[in-house]
Design a protein around this ligand. Structure first.
Ligand code: GLV
Length: 326
């Protein structure tokens, strides 16, 4: 048995953890809720590796408490929960799980878009409330998706995958950046300014990482540019959207509806005003949650831990510069 100690902050698909346990002394936090910050802090002194989730805040203080830490591996593509600058200063590699969740997340963004546009959750509620008394010409009429204009904010891998789905619905696709290896222009997308995208789109879907620049990227001014019939979808990170401005825009009919897989904060408190709105569908950060994809994410996260323990470059590393001159 190796001397490396690794803390895994939650249960995850078993095959990946079985493999990790062959390389280290592994401790898995088996409660449903995440460990408190102080719990992680106490463990850091002994750790060579940390396998964490997006619910764990990993900052400089934790890193300083771990003199032997060789790797931080996040089981997520997003890594805004980790202070990567602090990891760089301490030459600790940070891993994430890009690629494997692209199509699953794009499926979900599109599912959310369709569900809100065609009012599927409201339809279910209507039936359960015993209101389905007859077929009616206007009841629960929604917005057409086919042929509509979709604005994709952030055209990385997931944005491009959403654009591919939109092509099948004969949508006009607007993007405000072209970052993808698979240039969205090849998928029929037009590059426009953020403002033009907001003004012209029937649906706006967010696919940017959370950074200082994207925090509250969509706020009062941006929502005011959108059509009163438009629908906003967020599967990125909650604070890319200003929740107070969103509430006002939904309440005042400035936009028609929203579908949120992510909120700020998470979980959303039950008394959050957004939950009081019929035109806001909130689901609990599940866009990458297919059985197959979560298993692949766990495998990737474990591959990153094992590589880090062995002092090898991580297969998917967000700060590969820490290996420069190593
Ligand atoms: C989920 O939100 C992820 O970043 O993987």
């Amino acid at each position: 048995m190796s001397d490396f100690k690794v803390f895994v902050t939650r249960e995850m698909p078993a095959a990946a953890l079985d493999r990790l346990s062959e390389h280290c002394q592994m401790e898995v936090w088996d409660a449903f809720l995440p460990p408190d910050y102080d719990v992680i802090l106490k463990k850091m002194g002994d750790l060579s590796g940390l396998l964490c989730l997006l619910t764990d805040r990993i900052d400089a203080r934790l890193m300083d408490a771990a003199p032997n830490l060789k790797v931080i591996s996040n089981m997520a593509v997003g890594y805004d929960n980790i202070d990567v600058a602090a990891a760089n200063e301490r030459r600790i590699p940070v891993g994430n799980t890009p690629g494997v969740l692209t199509e699953t997340t794009a499926d979900f963004a599109f599912a959310l878009l369709m569900a809100v546009a065609r009012r599927i959750p409201e339809g279910r509620q209507y039936v359960q409330d015993g209101k389905w008394l007859t077929w009616h010409p206007t009841v629960l009429s929604g917005q057409d998706v086919f042929g509509a204009t979709l604005g994709i904010i952030g055209s990385g891998r997931i944005g491009a995958a959403v654009a591919r789905r939109a092509q099948g619905f004969n949508m006009r696709i607007l993007v405000n950046s072209l970052e993808s290896e698979e240039d969205i222009r090849q998928l029929g997308g037009e590059k426009v300014s953020l403002d033009q995208l907001l003004v012209e789109s029937d649906f706006v879907s967010l696919h940017v990482p959370l950074t200082d620049e994207t925090h509250h990227l969509i706020s009062e001014r941006e929502l005011a540019l959108m059509k009163p019939t438009s629908i906003l979808i967020n599967t990125a990170r909650g604070s890319v959207l200003d929740p107070k401005a969103l509430y006002a825009a939904l309440k005042n009919g400035q936009i028609l509806a929203a579908g949120l897989d992510v909120t700020d904060p998470e979980p959303i408190p039950l008394d959050d005003p957004l939950l009081s709105l019929d035109n806001c569908l909130v689901v609990p950060h599940i866009a990458s949650a297919s059985v197959a994809t979560r298993a692949k994410m766990a495998e990737m996260a474990v591959d990153n831990v094992i590589a880090g323990l062995l002092g090898e470059p991580l297969p998917t590393c967000v700060n590969p510069e820490v290996f420069d001159g190593a």
